[in-house]
Design a protein around this ligand. Structure first.
Ligand code: F0G
Length: 449
């Protein structure tokens, strides 16, 4: 392993502490003085005099290009990203994800129209790819040979893929038995050195933080400011898909809280660049059993993180000590959004409803619909406002959950047995039949309601 030395060069962007504003070296993750997180700031934009109309035209035009960087839904927005030399870009044509209208979910939530931006339609099946393309490319440009992450499964799948594409080695630390098999299988398939630690996600983070201090291994967890930059592009793309007319609400699941931070940063920058005139409200939804942000807001008014021992079947967001909590709170406050929590049964119901639209998502993404229902009931979201749910992961990411749901075993032996009775109408267990034409026709007749 060689020790890469990264020096800050002449650039439109620099890495700065979110707390004291001090400039940091580009490959650091925390301020050396106050230990706060870092973010990338584009101090050179003023001199560049970027013209919003021109930017919109260039970004759109690139969709018809065959240049690999233009074909990426992240790198076609490169004017608002940190500079990475084109030869170093590792892309699997991420981004450019669809927006779907969800009319039945809208009805069930009590709103007129509802849209979902489906980040599960990325190459490895989750929103992580948009951030990973930027951070992995930076790692390669900076001369690292090893990258690493602790993960609830999606970051690791994405990192393993981008590392493999870029000729880098990757180390994955995941909580033993607490991630879906499909996510684990991706990391193996893409060739990562995969370790299952007998702890939870927060425990994996603790171990990895020390490993990266002692070895020349580049950390690709979401404290990495380059990941946030890539994840930011989802909001640019969404606004482009809305003809730059901002929706009233964007609803995001909350785990380690980088995604909400990234989307908020994007909106702030879009306003600064004159691409939009107002910011949508960003609301963050957590599972009741993994609700440190909700507790932090309610119990300390956002002043001091309240870590929790996290427990939820939405394993992607089973996180009790989120790294980016300060950034997320800043975004929720600045956009006048809110935070909410939803129960395991509410998540399962919402996931089934999104599936029944022919779209599907993983459980962690479904907290958005479950949360929306609550926000409508509270009057925070009005029925005629425009709302976008950010669906973060593909339905196939957690097929076990879906099968158990439809077979009716998801809540067996849990304290949610009684509450889960409301799910019966959504359950469509596979039906075992003799290989007999009449039996199938009878079933068709009896199903015609
Ligand atoms: N949805 C999915 C599908 C996720 O995988 C994650 C996080 C989140 C939502 C929450 O996003 O952390 O930015 O608030 N997954 C991470 C991982 C932690 O390791 O894959 P966040």
């Amino acid at each position: 392993m060689s020790d890469p030395a990264v020096k800050p060069g002449q650039s439109v962007s620099e890495v700065r502490c979110i707390g004291c504003g001090r400039t940091a070296l580009p490959d650091r993750f925390r301020c050396e003085l106050c230990r706060d997180l870092l973010e990338i700031v584009f101090s050179g934009w003023k001199e560049q005099q970027l013209d919003p109309a021109e930017l919109k035209a260039i970004w759109r035009e690139r969709r018809t290009s065959f240049d690999p960087a233009d074909q990426s839904g992240v790198w076609r927005f490169r004017e608002i990203l940190p500079e990475i030399s084109k030869q170093q870009i590792i892309t699997i044509k991420e981004g450019n994800t669809p927006v779907y209208e969800l009319p039945r979910c809208a009805k069930s939530a009590g709103v007129r129209r509802l849209f979902a931006k489906h980040q599960g339609m990325n190459p490895t099946g989750s929103f992580k790819d948009t951030g990973m393309t930027v951070a992995a490319s930076f790692a390669r440009q900076a001369g690292y040979h090893w990258v690493a992450c602790a993960s609830t499964g999606n970051t690791s799948a994405s990192m393993a893929a981008y590392a493999a594409r870029g000729g880098l080695r990757s180390l994955v630390l995941i909580p033993d038995g607490k991630i879906s098999w499909s996510k684990l299988s991706q990391s193996l398939d893409y060739g990562a050195l995969t370790c299952q630690l007998k702890t939870d996600f927060d425990g994996c983070v603790r171990v990895l933080n020390e490993v990266v201090q002692r070895m020349p291994v580049y950390l690709l967890n979401s404290v990495n400011p380059y990941r946030v930059e890539g994840q930011k592009t989802v909001a640019f793309e969404l606004l482009e898909q809305f003809s730059w007319e901002p929706p009233e609400h964007i609803i995001v699941p909350g785990g380690n809280l980088a995604n909400s931070s990234a989307i908020g940063k994007a909106l702030r920058e879009m306003k600064q660049l004159g691409l939009i005139s107002r910011m949508p409200k960003i609301s963050v939804i957590q599972a009741e059993g993994a609700n440190p942000l909700v507790r932090t807001m309610r119990e300390t008014d956002g002043e001091k993180l309240v870590p929790v021992h996290a427990e939820t079947m939405a394993t992607a967001i089973r996180i009790g000590n989120p790294a980016s909590w300060k950034k997320a709170i800043r975004v929720v406050r600045e956009t006048e959004g809110t935070v909410e929590q939803v129960s395991e049964v509410e998540i399962a119901l919402a996931k089934a409803e999104i599936g029944a639209e022919g779209i599907g998502c993983e459980p962690a993404s479904a907290v958005t619909l479950a949360g929306l229902k609550k926000l409508v009931m509270q009057g925070f979201v009005k029925p005629n406002e425009s709302i976008v749910l950010i669906l973060t992961g593909h339905a196939l990411k957690d097929a076990d959950f879906t099968l158990k749901f439809h077979r009716g075993d998801l809540f067996a032996g849990t304290p949610f047995g009684v509450e889960s009775q409301i799910l019966k109408s959504q359950q469509r267990a596979p039906i075992l039949l003799e290989p007999n034409v009449e039996a199938v026709i009878d079933l068709l007749h009896s199903s015609e309601t």
